[in-house]
Design a protein around this ligand. Structure first.
Ligand code: BG6
Length: 496
């Protein structure tokens, strides 16, 4: 464990929101438990409304997360809590920022991190407030949660406002998927081995699939989600970032700008979609009633806080093409959705079939090699190969080589937010999104949003607990392919 030595003040806007309570506080507490935080650090937690015992109320769920409520852990929490000050704060009122300054340590050796866990429409106002109170010092950093903007124009406007007061080297645009262990392992696997690199192109790869499927619905975030939808919530950021990591060229070194230079090239090489393409290559869906994890669940428009006439998509699938030498002709199929059959996140690299088979392969297609990066719920990497079935004759069957990394045997895999908070504290931007990447992603997405806005056709319905709309299966079927759904336990059982 690398200790984070530099003293810091973390000013958290939106401290009582879903993200802060579910992810940020627990991540900071885990860093504290691992002894990684310096002796001098403070969290200035700002929330919108008055909350009685706000910090104490966080303790129980966080302890439960650690499967404990014992006294020693409680003592550790008590020490942790001494580092926190919290108060209600209206970020839209310019006069409040002067008062905030009195809470922030301005010592030259202490960095100040402003974490904006609020809707991105507030980013401009908050940055202006901080600048007017002269809080945007050389020693300050700002962390921006996604989605930044709701389309290309608003994303540009927000970036412009933020960059009036903070330099790019001070801006940390977070995408927590980049903090997941397997994503970093994918970088190592690709760029620390020669055997994969030689296979990593249109010469040997048939198609790549990236799936982020959730069983949850919109839960407590209906109001936010109904304004956003799956494409902005997961597509613009997590799915495209994963695609970049898979498709990028080897950077010359593992530094923030060298890595991000390569990712932005991928985004700029994405084939632009016209109206007809959107129709053919993008599927949007919305969940209806059904059964999820064994219980009957409501349809999206019946969820509390959702407009009953809502056309917001809770599912999106896309066929993405990259116009460069490495990837010409290799489709990347991306999909994500809520209330799907299983919770999983996988990147599946499907290799081409052998050019000529000397064996009697009954299911040639299913015998092609596959490299599977599983990000969740459990993490690991599998290589699917062919082997001879023991016994008479030469019968070929598929087998798996598990490249499960050593962290699977450790007690706890650190959450992505722990890693990323640690990177902000130690001022390392490698796993954060640069301005040009963000804009390039919106540039590619904008025609889809425009087409949907103008289209009379709403999202395709799908039953909760299914794998999404039939149109998505059809999209791949037209290319003679299937979604890889072998991560579904029931199907694995059926195969055996
Ligand atoms: C967030 C989205 O970025 O990622 C949520 O806003 C989604 O809608 C979440 O549920 C999924 O994250 P994870 O790490 O649980 O897969």
């Amino acid at each position: 464990m690398i200790p984070l030595n530099e003293p810091f003040d973390l000013v958290l806007f939106g401290a009582s929101g879903d993200l802060s309570t579910r992810k940020l506080f627990p991540a900071l507490f885990s860093l504290h438990l691992d002894g990684r935080l310096p002796s001098e650090w403070r969290l200035v937690a700002l929330y919108r409304r008055e909350h009685v015992d706000f910090i104490e109320n966080l303790r129980i769920p966080i302890m439960l997360n650690h499967n404990t409520n014992d006294e020693s852990m409680k003592a550790k929490w008590d020490t942790f809590a001494t580092h926190i000050v919290s108060f209600s704060f209206d970020a839209t009122a310019p006069e409040n920022y002067g008062e905030l300054k009195t809470f922030v340590n301005q010592m030259p050796d202490t960095s100040t991190i402003f974490y904006l866990a609020t809707p991105s429409v507030l980013y401009g106002k908050i940055c202006t407030g901080l600048a007017n109170a002269q809080l945007n010092t050389e020693n300050s950093r700002i962390v921006l949660e996604k989605p930044i903007g709701s389309d290309l124009t608003s994303a540009k406007d927000i970036n412009e406002l933020v960059s009036q007061h903070f330099k790019e080297q001070q801006i940390f645009r977070i995408d927590h998927y980049l903090g997941k262990e397997t994503v970093q392992n994918l970088l190592v696997l690709r760029f620390a081995n020669t055997i994969f690199e030689s296979q990593w192109s249109q010469k040997y790869i048939d198609n790549i699939q990236i799936t982020i499927s959730e069983t949850l619905g919109v839960e407590e975030r209906a109001e936010f989600y109904d304004q956003v939808g799956a494409l902005r919530d997961m597509g613009q950021n997590h799915l495209l970032q994963l695609l970049c990591i898979v498709a990028m060229e080897p950077p010359s070194r593992f530094t923030a700008d060298a890595v991000r230079d390569e990712k932005v090239k991928v985004l700029r090489a994405l084939r632009t979609l016209n109206d007809l393409d959107v129709h053919k290559k993008v599927v949007r869906g919305q969940y209806k009633t059904g059964v999820s994890n064994g219980s009957a669940v409501k349809g999206y428009v019946n969820e509390a806080g959702v407009d009953p006439a809502s056309e917001t998509e809770t599912y999106v699938a896309m066929k993405v093409e990259i116009d460069n030498w490495r990837w010409a002709g290799v489709p990347f199929y991306l999909r994500t959705g809520k209330r799907l059959a299983h919770r999983a996140c996988e990147i599946v690299v499907n290799f081409k079939e052998v050019p000529h088979s000397i064996f009697d392969l009954q299911h040639k297609k299913t015998m092609a090699n596959k490299l599977v990066f599983r990000l969740q719920p459990d993490e690991g990497i599998r290589l699917i190969l062919c082997e001879k079935k023991t016994g008479p004759g030469v019968n070929v069957r598929s087998t798996e080589l598990s490249l499960s990394p050593d962290y699977l045997h450790r007690k706890r895999v650190p959450d992505a937010y722990e890693r990323l908070l640690g990177d902000v504290i130690s001022n390392n931007q490698t796993l954060f999104v640069r301005q040009d990447e963000l804009i390039a992603a919106w540039e590619w997405l904008d025609p889809i949003l425009k087409h949907w806005n103008e289209s009379e056709q709403g999202p395709e319905p799908y039953i909760s607990g299914s794998w999404g709309p039939a149109a998505s299966t059809l999209m791949l079927a037209k290319d003679g392919r299937l979604w890889d759904e072998t991560f579904s336990p029931s199907e694995q059982e059926a195969d055996e």
